[in-house]
Design a protein around this ligand. Structure first.
Ligand code: PAF
Length: 289
């Protein structure tokens, strides 16, 4: 596995591979890899000849009161996991390489970024789209992969690519869950055993909404109430249960394409999860709780 930290070396690596006719798949991450990231690597391998994985904790997407400084980091561990999953190139730039000066030019994310996560984390998606645009310029992939767990991010990246004509495809891969339903996230590492148990309220809330919908309830308000009641479990501070379409617009009556998104604080940790109603939640037997 090649390891690169300079932007010019990264671009040169991709261009050399492309000159040999190879297609580049790209998995951008903030590190502290888990099986969800590694499934994206597997999928990238199916879609491309070479796989680049980036590890960069992007300061631009964290608010002043958020967990940038304590976000989990372990590059040795990431290196081992990426190597074991046959990543071809690990791109781990320093902050000084990505942002030699505070950027004055940023991607404005628009109204789709002002709801749900964007409402609670102002500026977050502008920070995400700015770093994603920079990474796309540097890595020059043919296809980039994002996890469905961060569905608002994935939808906004799709719009970024379409609106600014980046010459690449975006693939959104399913959320990977532990056997008991907890969606994998690097932030799960913050949870104590008790908090981890409490955190199951998020997937339980999604299931409760799904079951009520399958039972014939199609009114978004009633489903939202059901979701909030389930989310409000001991140790959990619910933030939202939202029923929206792909453009993040709230719906009144739901369909098989409606997305149910939930967010809550468990102790000091903010967690999010979502499901497309028609698809449901499946625990992944390959991942142990
Ligand atoms: O999803 C993440 O890990 C980050 O938001 C991303 C896409 C790597 C940008 O920093």
């Amino acid at each position: 596995m090649q390891e690169i930290s300079s932007l010019s070396a990264m671009r040169a690596w991709t261009r050399a591979e492309k000159a040999r006719g190879r297609r580049i798949g790209f998995v951008p991450t903030m590190g502290f890899l888990h099986e969800g990231h590694l499934r994206l690597v597997d999928r990238a391998r199916e879609l491309a000849d070479r796989v680049v994985l980036s590890v960069f904790v992007n300061p631009l997407q964290f608010g002043p009161q958020e967990d940038f400084s304590r976000y989990p980091r372990d590059l040795d561990r990431d290196r081992r996991l990426a190597h074991a999953r046959s990543v071809d190139c690990l791109f781990a730039p320093e902050r000084s390489a990505m942002y030699p000066a505070d950027p004055i030019a940023r991607v404005a994310a628009g109204p789709m970024a002002d709801v749900l996560e964007g409402k609670i984390r102002p500026g977050h998606f502008s920070g995400v789209l700015t770093v994603v645009a920079k990474l796309f310029h540097v890595v020059e992939p043919d296809v980039a992969l994002f996890g469905r767990k961060d569905f608002q991010q994935a939808m906004l990246v799709q719009r970024l690519v379409r609106d600014l004509d980046f010459p690449l495809e975006i693939e959104v891969a399913p959320t990977v869950r532990e056997l008991d339903g907890l969606a994998l996230s690097s932030r799960n590492t913050y949870l104590s055993p008790d908090e981890r148990r409490s955190a199951l309220a998020l997937s339980r809330a999604l299931r409760a909404v799904e079951q009520a919908w399958r039972g014939g309830q199609a009114e978004a308000a009633a489903l939202q109430k059901k979701g909030m009641e389930t989310l409000a479990a001991p140790g959990v501070q619910p933030e939202y249960v939202a029923l929206v379409d792909e453009a993040m617009q709230p719906v009144e009556r739901v369909t098989a394409k409606t997305i149910v998104a939930v967010a809550a604080r468990v102790g000091a940790t903010r967690l999010i999860d979502n499901v497309v109603l028609g698809e449901g939640i499946a625990a992944d037997p390959a991942v142990r709780a």
